[in-house]
Design a protein around this ligand. Structure first.
Ligand SMILES: [Fe+2]
Length: 237
């Protein structure tokens, strides 16, 4: 038998058995080994360095080629880009658990205030494509670095590592800006951390274009070469 006092001491709320804890606002990041790396990387390094010299875009913290890599007309670059586009499609479809066309249709409906979910299925395979907006190569030499930045107007950022004497480090920054304004003593969700990826030449990294990232200082006498693509979705219907 329990009286009112005992009930007051019972801290379990009636709905406690139904409580759930959700981890929200997660950020997908993929690392994918390119099966053609051994074939591609040598020619890529030669090509990038050759393109860099006459048209060098020295930024003070690294060097970049022009951002029209898709128009170089090089078969290795084109093959790599096609592989990156396929990987980006698979990345999106894996995350959304939908075809690219259906995911695109769902997002369009959400943006216009229409129905979400419900199995769209209106687009059909191939009616939406992943396309390259800009692509370029970055060359880092001793002392070079790239401060935190993101890629505006970009659905997916793709970075492929073509050359390095060791690991290619890439820092990913916590995308939740307010976590930097207070230290609660206990971090429940890795609050405010940078996550450092240590990639190898031949690896592709994919993440949303809004995710800030940075390249820590490169401290070797050789070169670190990466290729970047700003990717978007385009309806072909
Ligand atoms: Fe970047």
């Amino acid at each position: 038998m329990s009286g009112p006092e005992e009930e007051d001491n019972d801290v379990r709320a009636p709905s406690a058995k139904k409580a759930i804890i959700a981890q929200l606002f997660s950020t997908p990041v993929a690392r994918i080994a390119c099966p053609y790396a051994a074939e591609f990387n040598g020619p890529l390094v030669e090509l990038v360095l050759a393109r860099l010299d006459p048209l060098q875009k020295r930024l003070g913290y690294k060097s970049e080629t022009p951002d029209d890599l898709a128009h170089w007309g090089d078969p290795v670059v084109d093959s790599l880009s096609q592989w990156v586009l396929r990987a980006a499609r698979q990345f999106t479809e894996t995350i959304t658990r939908r075809s690219l066309a259906d995911a695109f249709a769902d997002s369009a409906a959400r943006m216009s205030g229409g129905a979400v979910n419900g199995g769209a299925g209106t687009g059909g395979e191939g009616s939406v494509a992943v396309v390259v907006s800009r692509s370029w190569a970055s060359v880092y030499r001793k002392g070079d670095r790239h401060e935190a930045h993101f890629h505006p107007n970009t659905a997916l950022t793709a970075i492929y590592y073509a050359e390095a004497p060791g690991k290619c480090e890439l820092d990913l920054l916590d995308p939740r800006p307010n976590v930097d304004y207070f230290d609660p003593g206990i971090s429940l969700a890795g609050s405010g951390h940078r996550v450092r990826l240590s990639c190898s030449p031949g690896e592709l990294v994919l993440f949303p274009g809004w995710l800030k990232h940075a390249v820590p200082e490169f401290n070797d006498g050789s070169v670190r070469i990466s290729i970047s693509w700003n990717l978007n979705y385009a309806s072909e219907s």
